[in-house]
Structure formats: C-alpha cells, structure tokens
Write a protein that binds this ligand. Structure first.
Ligand code: HEC
Length: 233
C-alpha cells in the first residue's frame, strides 16, 4: 500500500512538471480558452480581457508584420487570447515575470514595445492589473451596468473618452486632431463625429475596425453633451 502511494505521488509530481512545461502556466490555474459570454455586468475593480486588454493589443500591437498573421514577430500572436497566453510571455498573477509587461515598461528604445509609440500609463497599469488578477479570458457586458449620466462635463467626461479611445490616432499632428475642445467641437459640427461613433450607415466608423464600438454608456454621454450644446465646462 505504502509503495503504491509513493508511486502515485511520484506520478503526480511528474505529471505536474510535464504539464507546466508544456503550457508554461501551472495546470491548476485551469486556463479557460473559450470566453464565457454570459452577460455579467462589469465590475469596476476587475480588468476584463475581451473588453479592455484585447482592444489595446488590436490598436497598438497588431499592425502589418507585427504580432498577428501567419508569421507573427517573436512568435507572439496578440490577435486572440489563446495566442497571447500560449506565447508563454504572460505569467498569470505575476506581471513582473511576464515578458509582455517587461517589454511595455522597458526604457531602452531598442527593446521597448510598441516600438514607435508609448502606451499611456493607464493602459500599462491595466495590463499589469489584468495579469496580476490571473490573466484570464474574461468578458463583461457593459450594457448591464447602470450608466451614470449625471454631471457630464467636457473636461472630465468627454475629454477622458477621447483620450482613452481616440487620441492614439487623433493627435495634434494627425489630419483630424481631437486634442483640444475647439477641435473636438469642430469634428462634431463639420466631420460628423457623432455619426462615426454611433456607427451610422455611410459614416466613417470610429474607432476603426478591428477596435470595438464605444460602450453604449460612453456613446450616450457624448450624445447628451452634444445635445446640451457642447459646453466647454
Ligand atoms: C486606429 C486609429 C484611429 C482611432 C483609434 C480613431 N480614429 Fe478617427 N480616424 C482615423 C483615420 C485614419 C481617419 C481618416 C482621417 C482622414 O480622413 O484624414 C479618421 C477620421 C475620423 C473622423 C472624420 C470622419 C469624417 O467623415 O471626416 C472623425 C470625426 C473621427 N475619426 C473620430 C474619432 C473618434 C471620436 C475616435 C474615438 C472614439 C476615433 N476617431 C478613433 C483613425 C482613428
């Protein structure tokens, strides 16, 4: 009996080692590759891969000849959760050991990622928090959250939406700058900003594919601000 038990323990230890080498994440973490699309409301303390992390990868990591396609750089495909996690460059619960996190906080211009642009600190913090919360493939449905539309101001509400979702492209040097109050107001009046974010037919869809549409709550906030005469408050 004792012998059988020893044999069994050795077997378990080997199984553990072999499994964790293969996947580079301990098997007891039970990686769930299929995203659960049951409609959970978003919790403000949780970072959601599908809502918050994949959009960052889409905008900053997947350009031509980068981290997507048939021959992704560094064998790192960031076009999906399984590609990201299978790379072994993300260690769940441990951002400081995760190569992806090390690359985005790297200060050496030859090694840092993305190469030509700096991720904003809030995006870096989001990736860190997601890894430290276990790097799971989670999703939440923001239409289930109450949308707080009280106290909408330009400087707090609208500027934040534009900074988070648009300024990656629409900087002051871009053909359509959305950097200042006047530029944003002009974009609404002259460039159909509302139709673009609301995905009206015929409008230039913003943010562009593959980024997802803004949340219903953010779209409502923009609409309320426009309808109240776009105050500079
Ligand atoms: C990944 C880059 C990218 C992001 C992110 C992005 N845009 Fe754009 N946007 C573009 C490009 C490219 C154009 C076309 C520019 C041109 O016509 O010179 C454009 C054009 C526009 C236009 C002009 C549309 C027209 O019909 O003339 C508006 C308005 C606009 N974007 C608003 C937004 C808003 C609001 C966001 C954020 C919610 C956003 N964009 C996010 C790349 C982006």
């Amino acid at each position: 009996m004792k012998k059988a038990l020893t044999f069994f323990s050795i077997f378990i230890v080997f199984a553990l080692i072999i499994h964790s080498c293969k996947h580079e994440v301990p098997f007891f973490l039970f990686q769930n590759y299929d995203v659960d699309t049951t409609k959970f409301p978003c919790n403000a303390d949780t970072v959601y891969y599908q809502n918050q992390i994949q959009p960052i990868f889409n905008t900053y990591c997947m350009g031509t000849e980068c981290h997507s396609g048939t021959d992704p750089k560094e064998n790192l495909d960031l076009s999906s959760y399984s590609g990201a996690i299978n790379s072994g460059k993300i260690v769940p619960f441990n951002s400081s050991k995760s190569k992806i996190y090390k690359a985005i906080i790297e200060t050496d211009p030859d090694d840092k990622m993305p190469p030509d642009i700096n991720l904003s600190q809030d995006k870096i913090d989001l990736i860190k928090k997601w890894i430290n919360q276990g790097a799971i493939n989670n999703y939440c449905d923001d239409t289930q959250n109450p949308c707080d539309t009280s106290n909408i101001t330009f400087s707090y509400t609208i500027k934040k939406i534009i900074t988070d979702y648009c300024l990656g492209c629409h900087t002051s040097s871009f053909s359509v700058s959305l950097d200042t109050y006047t530029e944003i107001k002009n974009a609404v009046q002259i460039r159909n900003l509302w139709k673009s974010v609301n995905h009206d037919t015929g409008a230039l869809i913003m943010p562009p594919d593959p980024a997802p549409k803004l949340s219903n709550c953010n779209i409502r906030k923009i609409k309320i601000w426009i309808d109240s005469g776009m105050p500079d408050n």
